[in-house]
Write a protein that binds this ligand. Structure first.
Ligand code: NAP
Length: 288
């Protein structure tokens, strides 16, 4: 029997409705949330992501600005702009679209973003808070995965969750959030031996590698829930995940499609972080 294909569109639209209501309330109280997206250079995929983020803001009533800077922008110029937005009370979230041109040190740039406005949750302060389980910014993609699991009624506590991939953006924070939800967590990566032995134990398998169809049916325990974070564009140009969807859906109890689930959920969590940051800023203002 084929597993449930998780309906990302439905999940995303219901969360965006909730966010829209919150934005309307904050706006009515004089605290409209605001996001600035800064993009340096002409990377075509990044241009699409930035457009999608700005449109998502518009749809829920978040104020947004996109700053398109030329490829030859210096690190100092970029940092100067970030410092302006750190002080700008209309702006609650600052997102610097990656990748940045090679002459700019991405870490040095992220370090300049006010942690309270770091809606990507890349700043070391926010990464540290995540590690010690402190409330605050949550990284968008992993947070989106947790929302998908919870809203699909998947029990996380006590389950064995296996994360494939250990990047700072997805794999590592994903493991931390699953741990926070009381899963037993394993991480596998490119140096793991006999990966299949571990992925086959997973009740929840989250895959974030960047290799089309790496995970086949034989990697998956019958009845597992499979979340595919991967976004690959092979030669035929068709966006595809890290999981061999057609084969794995015959084994899994539930599976996310690519495209249409983790991607739009990630943008939704960016909206979530912006609204939460606006609420915290409003609260701090009241109590100043
Ligand atoms: P990344 O930084 O390149 O990390 C990939 C990870 O996969 C690394 O930890 C690597 O291990 C591991 N890996 C590589 N080959 C492997 C193999 N054969 N077996 C097991 N593990 C292997 O990538 P990322 O930024 O995490 O992104 C992963 C994927 O998610 C990409 O397709 C990306 O486009 C997608 N993504 C999607 C969203 C979204 O919104 N949907 C957001 C972010 C990323 P080592 O550490 O040992 O090298």
């Amino acid at each position: 029997m084929s597993g449930q294909v998780i309906n990302g569109k439905e999940l995303v639209s219901s969360i965006r409705e909730e966010i829209k209501t919150e934005v309307a309330e904050l706006t009515a109280a004089g605290h409209q949330p605001g996001l600035v997206v800064i993009i340096v250079g002409e990377d075509p995929a990044s241009q699409v992501y930035v457009r999608n983020k700005a449109k998502a803001c518009d749809d829920v009533g978040i104020y947004s600005e996109v700053h398109r800077l030329p490829e030859n922008t210096t690190q100092q110029e970029l940092i100067a702009l970030i410092r302006l937005f750190n002080k700008d009370s209309r702006i609650n979230g600052i997102l610097v679209q990656s990748p940045l041109p090679k002459h700019i040190d991405e870490e040095a740039v992220v370090d300049e973003i006010d942690p309270a406005k770091d809606v990507d949750c890349f700043h070391p302060v926010n990464v540290g808070n995540l590690m010690i389980g402190k409330d605050g910014m949550k990284p968008c993609t992993p947070h989106g995965v947790i929302e998908i699991l919870k809203r699909t009624g998947v029990e996380i506590a006590g389950k064995h969750a296996v994360v494939v991939g250990r990047s700072n953006i997805v794999g590592k924070p994903m493991a931390m959030l699953l741990l926070r939800e009381n899963a037993t967590v394993s991480i596998v990566h490119s140096r793991t031996q006999n990966m299949e032995e571990i992925t086959k134990q997973a009740d929840i398998l989250v895959v974030a590698v960047g290799k089309a169809h790496l995970i086949k049916a034989h990697h998956v325990k019958p009845g597992a829930v499979v979340i595919d974070v991967g976004m690959n564009r092979p030669a035929d140009g068709k966006l595809t995940g890290d999981v061999d969807f057609e084969a794995v859906k015959e084994v899994a109890s539930a599976i996310t499609p690519v495209p249409g689930c983790v991607g739009p959920m990630t943008i939704t969590m960016l909206l979530r972080n912006t609204v939460d940051a606006a609420r915290r800023a409003a609260h701090a203002g009241v109590h100043a």
